[in-house]
Design a protein around this ligand. Structure first.
Ligand SMILES: [Zn+2]
Length: 207
């Protein structure tokens, strides 16, 4: 097998809770509790092999319909590659990720009569996920993955999508090139809807 000192260093990193980490701080909350940022909606596994998810208080999409769920490991992992060294953690990831997508789908269909197979974009159940990791010290942080309805402002193509590459390239006066994107502004979803969503998601996720 290929051996690399740097890879080993990364894979064997200490992943115990870190004092100054804002996500390690959230680990102690139980399902239904507000964390200071969002609210915990589900947990799978234990401190070593588990994951938890929170509902974010803000969305960049439609205030009445959209919401973002953040998925994180309990332990302070900073790189996706590290998951591979904890088999039960990898297994639990699949469990919690699929459960969150199921709950999100149910909520989306409850809010609007969306279709399992839709002729048009508006009636489709579109879900996106976004996560990244790095070993660049400045941005090396507790793993977190976002799951959200992929539509409207927050449903724009990503740089890895071929549809991003097909966007019209515009040149400015200095010769710089860019593509147009619809601006996204994160706004707080109302307390009433937030609380309702928390209860509903917990109900579906623990069914
Ligand atoms: Zn952490």
């Amino acid at each position: 097998m290929y051996k690399s000192e740097e890879a080993d260093k990364l894979f064997n990193e200490d992943v115990t809770l870190v004092d100054g980490c804002n996500l390690c701080k959230e680990v102690k909350y139980s399902i239904g509790e507000k964390t200071g940022y969002g609210a915990v909606i589900c947990k799978v596994g234990n401190l070593k092999d588990g994951w938890f998810a929170t509902l974010s208080p803000k969305t960049g999409g439609d205030l009445k319909l959209d919401f973002t769920i953040q998925l994180m490991p309990f332990s302070h992992l900073t790189h996706f590659s590290q998951i591979s060294f904890y088999p039960k953690l990898a297994e639990n990831y699949g469990v919690i990720f699929s459960n969150i997508c199921r709950a999100m789908t149910v909520v989306m269909i409850q809010d609007q009569e969306l279709k399992a197979i839709s002729e048009d974009r508006g009636m489709a159940i579109s879900i996106g996920t976004y996560g990244k990791c790095t070993t660049w010290k400045e941005k090396k942080e507790h793993l977190h993955i976002k799951i959200y309805p992929f539509r409207g402002n927050i449903g724009q193509p990503s740089t890895v999508d071929s549809s991003f590459g097909r966007k019209e390239v515009i040149k400015d006066s200095t010769g710089g090139e860019f593509v147009k994107m619809t601006p996204v502004q994160k706004v707080k979803i109302g307390k009433e809807r937030f609380d309702k969503l928390v209860l509903l998601l917990i109900d579906i996720l623990n069914d």
